[in-house]
Write a new protein. Structure first.
Length: 271
């Protein structure tokens, strides 16, 4: 007999469904974009931290409603103007994204991201922090940071290199081009591709297989594999928040944004 499902609202944008040792986390801002606002990232961080203490679950599915995420919410009213903040305040504000991703990466339960539609910027950084990624064949992925004059941060570079290898990771991270679902599958970014609307059910099937395993052996083995796959992850990414702060204050970054808005080729000067 299948486990009964218990639904609960965790916060404004997040709902949980529990079925035995499986938890499904749905991020839904109700706008068809699911951009990562300050509130949204805080809730995603906090739900992962709450689940870290949940010994009743062995597998977690993370999904978005309709689409996964359009990335950072640039219109978020909670984002303070940089000119109003000290350098220390700016640095502290930049902790939220990496803390959110790290909270998901630190989970001892096996995590499976179900991706429909677009998965851009911080959304891609978040799914890279999960153990598996299942996407619809109409989904696509993109990291626009470097073409916009910023480095890719949130401790995502070592995670992406571990998944795809350095050559493909460079193309994804540095060129900022849209990656189709098929290419993401071929490159190792995602584990499986499904017809539209089926990513969640396929991710749930995989998560159920993990949830059926002995919980202690499952958790210890996941930790062993992650440590073997990314032994230098912290050493190679601990400064990426400060690097982001540096690049975001460069003239080239401002030029990249102007050129994007004016629909012209940017003129970079290395400044």
């Amino acid at each position: 007999m299948p486990d009964s499902t218990i639904a609960e609202r965790f916060s404004d944008f997040i709902t949980l469904e529990r079925a035995g040792r499986l938890v499904t986390v749905t991020y839904d801002r109700g706008d068809g974009l699911n951009a990562l606002s300050v509130q949204g990232m805080t809730e995603l961080r906090d739900v992962a931290r709450a689940l870290a203490d949940d010994d009743t679950s062995s597998a977690i599915v993370l999904t978005g409603a309709a689409v996964f995420s359009a990335g950072a919410d640039l219109k978020d009213p909670d984002r303070k103007d940089r000119g109003e903040m000290t350098l220390l305040e700016q640095r502290s504000a930049l902790k939220l994204g990496p803390d959110m991703c790290q909270a998901w990466a630190d989970l001892e339960q096996v995590t499976v991201a179900a991706i429909e539609g677009f998965c851009i910027g911080g959304g891609l950084a978040l799914v890279a922090a999960c153990d598996h990624r299942i996407c619809a064949d109409t989904a696509y992925f993109r990291l626009p940071e470097v073409p916009l004059g910023m480095n890719m941060s949130w401790r995502s570079v070592p995670r992406l290199v571990a998944l795809m290898g350095p050559s493909r990771a460079k193309q994804l991270i540095m060129l900022g081009r849209k990656l189709t679902a098929q290419t993401a599958l071929d490159w190792g970014l995602v584990d499986e591709m499904t017809p539209p609307g089926k990513a969640l059910s396929t991710a749930t099937d995989l998560a159920r297989d993990y949830a059926a395993l002995p919980p202690i052996a499952l958790r210890m083995t996941k930790q062993a594999i992650d440590t073997a796959a990314q032994p230098l992850a912290h050493a190679t990414s601990y400064m990426d928040r400060d690097q982001f702060l540096l690049t975001s204050q460069s003239h080239d970054q401002a030029e990249a944004i102007r050129a994007f808005l004016e629909k012209r080729t940017p003129d970079f000067a290395g400044d």
